[in-house]
Design a binder for this molecule. Sequence first.
Ligand SMILES: Nc1ncnc2c1ncn2[C@@H]1O[C@H](COP(=O)(O)OP(=O)(O)OP(=O)(O)O)[C@@H](O)[C@H]1O
Length: 387
Amino acid sequence: MITFDHVTKRYPDGTNAVNDLSFEVAEGELVTLVGPSGCGKTTTMMMVNRLIEPTSGRILVGGEDIMATDPVRLRRGIGYVIQQVGLFPHRTVLDNTATVPALIGWKKAKARARAAELLDLVGLDPGTYGPRYPDQLSGGQRQRVGVARALAADPPVLLMDEPFGAVDPVVRERLQSQFLELQRTMRKTVLLVTHDIEEAVRLGGRMAVYGPGRVEQYDTPGAVLGKPATPYVAEFVGADRGLKRLSVTEIQQHDLEQPPIARFDVPAARAAAYLREEGARWAVVLDEDGALHGWVGAAELAGAPEGGTVRGLAHRMNAWVPVGAPLKQAFSVMLQHDAGWVAVLDGARFLGVLTPARLHEALRRSVDADARGVGRGDVDFDSVTDA
Ligand SMILES: Nc1ncnc2c1ncn2[C@@H]1O[C@H](COP(=O)(O)OP(=O)(O)OP(=O)(O)O)[C@@H](O)[C@H]1O
């Protein structure tokens, strides 16, 4: 979908920003460009929509040579999101979002309806936020408007330059998750520039790791972390790459442990007997609707007065993550609740729990899987154990 074919960019002052760059981004793929400041990521991206023109080499978008395509027509098919967002301060959020559809000649009502739909899609209620002006939004909300605006004309290609860079880490993580969720349904072809290796690993189907003016490695996050192609990449991804793998490994159903379950309305004595039989010290407690409530200890159940039910003894613990979430999220929830496990839910349905031991096993599964792809003997297992 996007092809870089021996692309070089030399600025008039002689700076060689990008040298002989060749790689391909498949249709519907999200590729992250990551590397230290000044290594040519933004230059690479701005060549795609011809805000900067290559000195030599070819760039194809959807099979068409961009230099042979009218720049205005080219840009219609390419959404562009930048860190400073660049919203028009005197236009409402709704009108900002409707900018591109209006530019390409949609009727006002249709453009606005589309804008409202997009705001909703990025999690901003159009009724509440649509009439506001950009300075009446938080940084994270502005960023979302930027994404909505870029998507408004439904371009097949999206260029994103540090789109989540200007917000604090908590908001950034939320925006990233939300964007991943969107991308799963939209399947745009995305180039996303970041200098944050964690972001590159988390979002990228593949990542291009930049050294000065060139791509040092172009591969999946698992392969980059599992087998850095050059010492430069190894240093860039860092010694804690086992830890970073937490961000790319999703929790799967078979990673889960199945502790005993006690329902609210079960007599305490019966639950106690069950735990004894199972040799378990605690059980997960689900309420009458089968939703997670928390846990109860075997000793508490055994010491309960006659006639009591689980309900009166249960401790509330709301530590849970959705199945498919990255291991990192489970780990973070465990720490946040100071818990030895987190429940894993599918919607409201309880699937099982993830314990630290299971988390470690899942991490190993992910290393093994990548090792099969990249040559098992070459993978440094120590980095995972250390993590
Ligand atoms: N208009 C320009 N004229 C001359 N040199 C430029 C110009 N724009 C960028 N450069 C240089 O080209 C190189 C690559 O810049 P680029 O902005 O592509 O890097 P980057 O990897 O995106 O950096 P950052 O992460 O800091 O945004 C840098 O050395 C930069 O100073």
